[in-house]
Design a protein around this ligand. Structure first.
Ligand code: ADP
Length: 617
């Protein structure tokens, strides 16, 4: 089953889960406490009505005992009278008793033969009561007679105020005089007295509780609602219970036994107090409704709290999902499908993002492969170009340098052998060509060196600069070498030089060019002096070659290291303008730097720094 879209929201689901949890919890609490409250209410109400029945039973028993005693006391009075059965005295006595306790409907005294001699208000006097059960029993002993309907008295007394038939309980006792029975005193107590007691008992209860009291005797219901079945009454003897009555309804009921007088049971009366179940358990019902109302309120509150919490919990998820969707959209994949469930939305967005990332990765792998292919192609072309350059250098050195050298040699030989036969102009011209040939050869050499410096593989190793300088100086001073005379004449001061890490062949080029330049440009000084030294700096070893020669204009210093750049005229100082560009390239390939300082006529100082651990380029 698929839920409607808005029910799929995680937020809503968490909120509903919270509410449901609260509902289940409160329902459990409600049911349990409701049951307990119901039991308690039943116990309380049962105890209350049982107490009510007990109190009424006690009152009735006390009243009966009192009446019983009254009649017996009255019977004992006969002994005190002077003459036998004095009707006036007895009438006055019973009238007084009736007026003090109006529930006596009749009190009278009869002779042993059954003739009434005195009665309240003169009633029944002269009548024969010998057939009445109370009289027959009263002749023998003190007697009580259970409820019965009185026909004769009813006709004499007129209708009852409540319209009910006149029902009586009888009391009788023999009148003794000198140990002999002189007569019987009989009294009829109306049930109005019992009704009065019952009404008093009920007055103490709340009418809203609808408590009723019924009294039942062996002959049936004496008053109140009709008696329930006998087995039901028997059940109630154990204690209050909810039982079904003859009207088919359930009542909380409790019983008490009444009818005791003088320590023995004279009537077998059962008093039953009952209360409709709904009013008896009303407090429990009220409590239950209150618990349910609270439970529902708490459920609502939990729902709101759950909703709010879920909002807070899912906010980061939503943010991540939106971010992922935005990234996907930016990458041209379109937004992730809109979904109300934050988790599903996040999963969908991340899924889309992942797909895009995979596509991109795929593209990148492809691109990388094509790039690698292109790099390989370019590297191939470069290698080819390098190879071409190498063969070009080779051809320059052999194909160009060789012929130029040969031309120079031939011409020099010609001038030396045939010089006298040539005119002065031709000789000067040939001399000029020979010099140009030398210059061209040198230029070729230096260009080859530059090409070598640019292309050669570097072999990094520990190089003793001291040894390298000694070697270069020895070469420059070698007899027959160009500039050997100048080198001999100049004072060369070499301070101790350290060992560095570099390419010995290339570094040799640096020293060769710098020392040769220093010797060349100081040759015209009165006492040429060249000084080599090294000092440690933060950047590395700083080597310098200083001379006291021609110097140069510092404003032109920027041009010095460019190829074919020269600051002096060739007629003053011959040269090609390639040497310093070789120096610069070698120093740079060692990761170092090079610069120059000088003043015209005051000499120059060329310095370069090599890092302590150079990166080979
Ligand atoms: P070359 O020495 O063959 O002319 P270089 O490249 O070695 O070429 O030098 C370029 C120029 O730098 C030189 O022509 C010169 O003007 C200047 N130079 C080089 N060394 C010195 C130096 N020691 N004193 C003065 N000028 C120098």
């Amino acid at each position: 089953m698929t839920l409607p879209k808005h029910f799929r929201s995680s937020r809503l689901r968490i909120g509903v889960a919270f509410s449901s949890l609260a509902l289940v919890l409160f329902a459990a609490v409600g049911v349990l406490s409701g049951e307990q409250a119901r039991d308690q209410a039943q116990r309380d109400a049962g105890a209350a009505i049982e107490q009510l029945a007990d109190r009424l039973a006690f009152g009735l028993d006390a009243g009966l005992a009192e009446r019983f005693r009254e009649i017996q006391n009255l019977a004992n009075l006969e002994n005190l009278f002077e003459t036998r059965l004095e009707p006036e005295r007895w009438r006055a006595m019973v009238d007084r008793l009736q007026s003090s306790f109006p529930y006596y409907s009749w009190i009278g005294v009869a002779r042993p033969d059954g003739t009434v001699v005195a009665g309240t208000q003169g009633l029944l006097e002269g009548r024969d009561v010998s057939k009445r059960p109370w009289f027959a029993a009263g002749l023998q002993r003190a007697f009580t007679g259970d409820v019965h309907e009185a026909m004769l008295l009813a006709s004499l007394l007129g209708p009852q105020p409540n319209g009910e038939p006149l029902r009586l309980v009888d009391f009788a006792a023999p009148l003794f005089r000198d140990g002999r029975v002189e007569g019987v005193i009989g009294a009829h107590l109306t049930l109005a007295w019992v009704q009065e007691r019952r009404a008093e008992a009920l007055k103490a209860t709340d009418p809203a509780n609808r408590v009723e009291i019924s009294i039942h005797g062996p002959a049936g219901t004496i008053m109140g609602p009709a008696a329930p079945a006998v087995e039901v009454l028997r059940r109630l003897e154990v204690g209050p219970a909810i039982v079904e009555w003859s009207d088919g309804k359930a009542y909380l009921s409790a019983t008490a036994r009444a009818g005791d007088a003088q320590g023995k049971r004279v009537f077998d009366w059962t008093i039953v107090a009952r209360q409709p179940v709904d009013t008896a358990l009303a407090p429990a019902e009220r409590l239950r409704s209150r618990i349910w109302a609270l439970g529902l309120l708490a459920t609502l509150l939990f729902g709101i709290v759950g909703w709010w919490l879920a909002g807070r919990l899912t906010a980061p998820l939503r943010a991540v999902a939106q971010q992922a969707a935005r990234i996907s959209a930016q990458r041209g994949g379109g937004a992730a499908p809109a979904d109300d469930d934050e988790v599903e939305q996040l999963a969908a967005s991340l899924g889309t993002l992942l797909t895009h990332l995979r596509e991109r990765e795929h593209e990148l792998v492809g691109l990388n492969a094509s790039l690698e292919a292109r790099v390989a192609q370019r590297t191939g072309s470069l290698n080819q170009a390098n190879e071409d350059l190498r063969s070009f250098s080779h051809s320059v050195s052999h194909d160009l340098k060789g012929p130029i050298g040969s031309i120079g040699l031939v011409l020099r030989h010609l001038v030396e052998q045939q010089g006298e036969r040539l005119d002065a102009g031709t000789r000067r011209l040939l001399g000029e060509v020979v010099r140009e040939c030398d210059r061209l050869r040198r230029l070729t050499d230096e260009l080859l060196s530059l090409a070598l410096v640019e292309q050669s593989e570097m072999t990094m190793e520990p190089v003793s600069m001291q040894a390298l300088v000694d070697e270069v100086v020895a070469e420059l001073r070698r007899p027959g070498a160009a500039g050997a005379a100048e080198a001999e004449r100049a004072e060369l001061v070499v301070h101790p030089l350290p060992e560095v890490h570099g390419d010995a062949v290339l570094l040799r080029q640096v020293w060769l060019n710098l020392i040769a330049n220093a010797l060349k440009f100081s040759a015209k000084a009165a006492q040429p002096r060249v000084e080599l030294q090294c000092r440690a700096t933060e950047a590395g070893h700083e080597f310098s070659v200083a001379d006291n020669g021609a110097g140069f204009d510092m404003s032109q210093a920027g041009r010095l290291f460019g190829t074919f750049q020269r600051l002096h005229r060739a007629s003053d100082f011959p040269g090609t303008g390639v040497g310093l560009s070789i120096v610069k390239r070698v120093v740079h390939r060692h990761g170092g730097s090079v610069w120059a300082e000088g003043r015209p006529g005051e000499g120059a100082r060329f310095a370069f720094v090599l890092p302590r651990r150079p990166a080979s380029s």
